[in-house]
Write a protein that binds this ligand. Structure first.
Ligand code: ARG
Length: 269
């Protein structure tokens, strides 16, 4: 995670961002700190990256890259305003024992924002940020099965805004963010899919952090919290009002260093 010292709404690259709204520094620091405390309370170890002035979205470490075992596949950002982040993420990963891999020029790939393991399979969103070519490149480079799915609603511009793996064979998703093909892929490949209601999806409830059976998400997603409970998971609601102004919630603020498929390992599979 990266502290929100320089977080702000300084440009508009998704429908949630409005430079005239801005964000409150104290409140974002508090909300970010609450997430750290919650995750540590759940037994996670949180590594903190150094924030960098002039990079307001560096706080969204989900977009740093994709971690797969000891490989860090660095993001290639779609928008110029975020491109300066890549060297900081790559440097951090290199200094922490990862083999850092960069994609060839011309590819767009926004890391764990758009590429999420559910079990052994990598589910990959494309169109608004990552492109489909990059996902094919990832499949070849990592030798894993990748299922690219087109995202169709600009409000759900990253896969992690509308899809969240919980455990092998388990995930939550918002159907309206996918086309018919994407929905059928998800239904065919994930036996236990929890559907998120449109109003709860619109408050980014799919953007959740999973630690074992605990799911950290935004406040107010009571239907999803009920569904999670029935499925044997616990919802841990927190306030993220400052970060939704930038189009992010819990999950965007984190990158799993033990890999997105860590949920599988935690379940002993
Ligand atoms: N303002 C950031 C952007 O538009 C938000 C990134 C949210 N990250 C995520 N993984 N969904 O790029």
């Amino acid at each position: 995670m990266c502290p929100p010292d320089y977080f702000g709404i300084e440009y508009e690259i998704n429908p949630w961002m409005n430079v005239r709204v801005g964000s409150d520094t104290d409140r974002s620091r508090r909300q970010w700190g609450d997430l750290v405390a919650e995750l540590e309370g759940l037994g996670a170890t949180v590594e903190r990256m150094e924030p960098v002035s002039g990079l307001p979205d560096l706080v969204f470490t989900a977009n740093a890259g994709l971690v797969y075992r000891d490989i860090f596949l660095c993001s290639e950002f779609r928008y110029e305003v975020r491109r300066g982040e890549a060297e900081h993420f790559a440097a951090w990963a290199g200094a922490h024992g990862f083999e850092v891999i960069r994609m060839p020029p011309g590819y767009y790939f926004e890391g764990a924002g758009d590429a999420l393991f559910c079990g052994e399979t990598l589910f990959a969103g494309y169109r608004f940020r990552s492109d489909v070519r990059s996902h094919q490149w990832v499949a070849d480079r990592l030798g894993v099965e990748v299922l690219p799915m087109e995202l169709v609603d600009p409000r759900y511009y990253h896969l992690d805004t509308c899809f969240c793996p919980l455990a092998p064979g388990w995930a939550i998703y918002y159907p309206g963010a996918f086309d018919e093909y994407g929905r059928s892929v998800l239904r065919d490949r994930i036996p236990n899919l929890i559907e998120v209601a449109p109003e709860e999806a619109a408050s980014f409830s799919c953007n959740a952090v999973v630690v074992g059976r605990s799911v950290v998400l935004n406040r107010g997603a009571s239907k999803l919290a009920d569904s999670l409970r029935e499925a044997g998971f616990n919802a841990h609601p927190l306030e993220f009002s400052e970060f939704i102004k930038s189009g992010g919630r819990a999950k965007c603020l984190t990158l799993r260093l033990d890999g997105e498929e860590a949920a599988a390992w935690a379940h002993g599979e």
